[in-house]
Design a protein around this ligand. Sequence first.
Ligand code: HEC
Ligand code: HEC
Length: 486
Amino acid sequence: MKVTKKMLRVLQVGLLLTPPWIASAANLVPVPQANPQGTSLTVTTLGTIDTNNPFFKPFGNGRACASCHQESQGWSITPAGLQARFIQSNGNDPIFKLNDGANSPSAPVATLAQKRAAYSMLLNKGLIRVGLPIPAGAEFVLVKVDDPYGFASATELSMFRRPLPSTNLKFVNTVMWDARETFSDVNSKLCVIGSRPAQCFASTDFDLLHQSNSAVTGHAQAAQGLTAAEQRAIVDFEKSLFTAQLNSTNAGSLNAAGASGGPNALTVNNFYFGINDLAAGDYLTGAPFNRNVMAMFGAWRGLDNRPLPPPPVPGRPAPPPPTISPTDIARASIARGEGIFNNKPFNISNVSGFGDELRRPLQRGSCASCHSTPNVGTNSVPHLFNTGTSAVNVRTPDLPLYTLKNIATGEVVEISDPGAALQTGKWKDIGRVKVPSLRAMAARSPYFHNGSAKELGDVVRFYDKRFAIGFTTQEIADLTAFLSAL
Ligand code: HEC
Ligand code: HEC
């Protein structure tokens, strides 16, 4: 039997982890998971996935963390996965609970058809209803509610949000879309350089311990919170996980031929608070901001350059032109996409939290300006931005629309998700959300906090329009291929 390159790769992946014959039933060796672009893989620094960890334990209403954070779906949930669960369980899987799985907690669910309607946001876009009030002392009031499900009010607005992946948390410094599990700490050294008043933060570990408890009492409606030991076990488990696309249908292995995609490289990818901040550079070394944030596929640049044909020999037929493999064509496209992500400049205009607040106001930048963590794309510090994903002009009829009025100025804004403003009560924070990690995205469509972009191509077209970038068709294809390979 001939040992192929592919077999060797499978072997390599297997050897890095505990061999399957040693693992017990509760300790699973992660295997590649299929997705529309190829396969993704989770690597755990603990060797195996211990399904006895409280992450997998049902609490309160029968839900576990794993109900909404599934390995096969990039540790989030996808409409395809949810529809399969709905059919298999006749809508009785614990994820289908009225409190936050349904469009409204008071939706009728007596029949299967009613259930299908009640859980349509979950089934169609993988969205969980996050219910939050207008905070006391807010700079604004709610003057109008247009909730297609007839529930939302100032006491509890409904926000429909995608579960953020419970993997790659090493690279996260802001927890939850609206940072509601990101805690300030005046005694901390994790401070945003130049912030006045000083913005200093608790460790992400602290945030995640707190978050695990909120999830159990919130999503899982448990009467009692987690023990300290359970919180620790869940967070240690989550933090051991690294997930990335491993193989691409078109480009093959994403860590072959000099490239460093895939999850193994991610486990040793560096991160610390302020590793590559647009305004202040590297907090540790003092190096200026490096806009070459993504640096995995440089070796694939130009793989589709056709070599010159040999000079014709008189009297002989011209040799056939040199061919380029479809794999190399796909790899070259990914490499170009990486370059576009880092370097294609555009005007980052009218983004609240960006031009108005950064220490060195700058309007012209690239995708890397906000997605600044090397090879991951979270923001290097806890900055939240309003890029317009909740704006009234892109609101779809399945989302609620809220009209907020500034008490001091009388100014009015319509928005489908007020984001961080429901935490801080500040007018300037309306619509701001965190910058999510961009790894293993092919496993967890749809995108943006409200699932408004079905495909990664839709994300690219959103930005093209929003910032009038003027991408060519080729650039859209290249950037999409790159995002799909992360
Ligand atoms: C009913 C579905 C559901 C359940 C159950 C659930 N989550 Fe989540 N999780 C979500 C949603 C939705 C978000 C994003 C909500 C937001 O930002 O407003 C989220 C966000 C998170 C985040 C934030 C990641 C980041 O990048 O900020 C972590 C960590 C997390 N969940 C872990 C857990 C843990 C641990 C449990 C179990 C104790 C759990 N979740 C249970 C739906 C769920
Ligand atoms: C002004 C800062 C900023 C810039 C510039 C920016 N992004 Fe984003 N990006 C964000 C924020 C904030 C979000 C979350 C928005 C939301 O979910 O509503 C996001 C979300 C995304 C997502 C969705 C991830 C997910 O898990 O749903 C992708 C993909 C993405 N950006 C790619 C890009 C690309 C490609 C570019 C360049 C064309 C770019 N971004 C430019 C701030 C930015």
